[in-house]
Design a protein around this ligand. Structure first.
Ligand code: ADP
Ligand code: MG
Length: 369
């Protein structure tokens, strides 16, 4: 029986553990107990911080795992790569994991490799940002889910936004960059030995300024074919620039009205928000979870797109409270696959964690409730 280490045990990893169980693989989950819903379905559970690379490596060596993986969590990526590289297992390199989980290092790498992305500066005491053109956007270098992200229209608001972002950062670092207006997509990919396969392009709707929290994701993208083919080319180059060679990729881009495409960020992992775990398979028929598990265990089959459906997710919060009646009556719509209300109180949201529920659909058309 193959032994798979899984880094993280929150609801994010739940579908991964389920899939591994289904595949008859023995699962070893590593995470703090708090919120570790996977504890009950994994074969073995170790209460260790997901960033404690050395302890996890030691345990994985003892178990003699055959592969290591995590989905949808940036914090787990460096640990996965560290353990895999030290045990000669399949993953991206340790160096690559640093580029893909630190927005400042990522931006530097993009500049070096000629990938078009917003002009930026690391926030530092006493430096001047006058080289950057307003509006600007400020973000922690190492968080996700729009936590600490804020658009700034005028110099007098910059300092506050920097402080807010630095507070959210694990290392007290923030990045200041030029704001790119336009539509936003992500590109879901799977890679094997440096060859990238594009699975889907996902259109996004966010709350917009100032905090840009994701409210909707839809596949396939409705953008014109010509733009989509440019997006695919840029995605492949962006993945290469960060030395992403194996497993899932999630590349976020913005497209201006004049058709210029900027890379916002790349994750060497599945997209969160159910994009990787649910939407890709619903729209394409490709079993993405099985695909990435196979890869981490050293097996690879070229992905086959067998279906052409629309899929998407809508998130519930105060700003989208009209969704409540849809979620409460899902029996009325056969296209709704899954839904949940996680918090009865709806909030005005500042980051993804403030959302109170969601529903996921698959249909012959894009669903607009
Ligand atoms: N330079 C930028 N220009 C325009 N919008 C941006 C820019 N950077 C970030 N955003 C918006 O903020 C959101 C969150 O920023 P992102 O860099 O993706 O951080 P996170 O890791 O929190 O997802 C993006 O999805 C996008 O909507
Ligand atoms: Mg993002």
């Amino acid at each position: 029986m193959k032994k798979l280490a899984i880094i993280g045990a929150s609801y994010l990893q739940f579908p991964l553990v389920q899939k591994a169980n289904e595949m008859g693989i023995e699962t070893y989950c590593f995470a703090w107990e708090d919120g570790s819903v996977c504890k009950d379905i994994a074969d073995f559970f170790y209460p260790v911080s997901i960033i404690d690379k050395e302890t996890i490596l030691e345990i994985c060596k003892k178990i003699n795992i055959d592969g290591i993986i995590s989905i949808a969590s940036d914090a787990a990526v460096p640990t996965v790569c560290y353990v895999a590289e030290n045990m000669g297992l399949i993953s991206n390199s340790i160096e690559s994991s640093l580029f893909s989980t630190n927005k400042y290092m990522m931006r530097n790498r993009f500049v070096e490799k000629g990938i078009v992305s917003p002009r930026f500066l690391l926030a530092e005491n006493g430096i001047s940002y006058t080289n950057l053109n307003y509006p600007l956007i400020v973000k922690p270098t190492d968080r996700s889910g729009s936590r600490g992200v804020e658009k700034v229209e005028k110099p007098e608001y910059l300092e506050n936004a920097i402080e807010r972002a630095q507070k959210e950062s694990f290392t007290n670092q923030a990045i200041v960059e030029e704001f790119i207006s336009g539509s936003e997509v992500s590109v879901e990919t799977v890679s094997w030995q440096g060859k990238h396969y594009i699975l889907a392009i996902t259109d996004k709707v966010t709350t917009g300024e100032p905090y840009f929290v994701e409210l909707e994701h839809h596949q396939p993208s409705q953008l014109p074919d010509e733009i989509q083919s440019k997006i695919k080319d840029i995605t492949v180059k962006a993945l290469d620039s960060l030395d992403i060679k194996f497993g899932a990729g999630h590349t976020e881009l913005k497209i201006t009205r004049t058709g210029d495409i900027n890379v916002i960020e790349v994750g060497a992992r599945m997209g969160g928000d159910f994009i990787g775990s649910d939407l890709v398979q619903l729209s394409t028929g490709y079993d993405f979870l099985k695909g990435v598990i196979d890869i981490s265990l050293g097996d690879f089959e070229e992905p086959v797109i067998s279906e052409y459906n629309y899929s998407g997710v809508y998130f519930l919060c105060e700003e989208t409270k009209h969704l409540l009646s849809v979620i409460e009556n899902i029996e009325a719509d056969k296209n709704i696959i899954k839904s949940e209300i996680t918090d009865a109180k709806l909030k005005n949201i500042q980051c993804s964690a403030d959302r109170s529920g969601y529903f996921i659909y698959r249909s012959e058309n894009k669903i607009v409730p």
